[in-house]
Design a protein around this ligand. Structure first.
Ligand code: HEC
Length: 101
């Protein structure tokens, strides 16, 4: 019984880590995937046409990217940008952007 509890706790801990985005990987993806070109270094945009992302929550970024990807939120630029993102990319980007304060 106690052993089962320990195993269950470990499994939950591991899967919890896998589900949570990796902000370090998100930071790399933000540059590698070109987000930084429009949304700016550290998520602070210098171009009025592009919104700053700094200050947005992880949940908001995750929802926005998911909706841009599935077309629920329409914007030609962001629909195209999100089309190639995998679930893990979205998790990581959201963790990174959500950490910008
Ligand atoms: C070519 C410029 C461009 C690139 C590159 C770009 N974006 Fe965007 N992004 C925009 C524009 C324009 C909007 C505003 C869309 C709208 O009005 O709905 C936006 C909106 C967003 C939003 C929602 C912000 C809000 O305030 O609602 C998020 C989150 C976002 N982008 C993340 C990203 C990520 C992550 C990447 C890289 C994978 C990326 N963007 C690449 C132009 C860009």
């Amino acid at each position: 019984m106690r052993l089962q509890a320990i195993i269950l706790t470990s499994v939950l801990a591991i899967s919890g880590q896998a589900l949570a985005g990796d902000a370090g990987a998100g930071r790399s993806a933000f540059a590698a995937k070109g987000c930084i070109g429009c949304h700016g270094a550290g998520g602070v945009s210098v171009v009025p046409a592009y919104p700053s992302l700094k200050g947005q929550t992880e949940a908001f970024v995750k929802e926005s990217l998911t909706n841009f990807r599935n077309g629920k939120r329409q914007n030609p630029t962001m629909n195209a940008m999100a089309a190639g993102l995998k679930d893990a990319d979205i998790e990581n980007l959201a963790a990174y952007i959500g950490s910008l304060r």
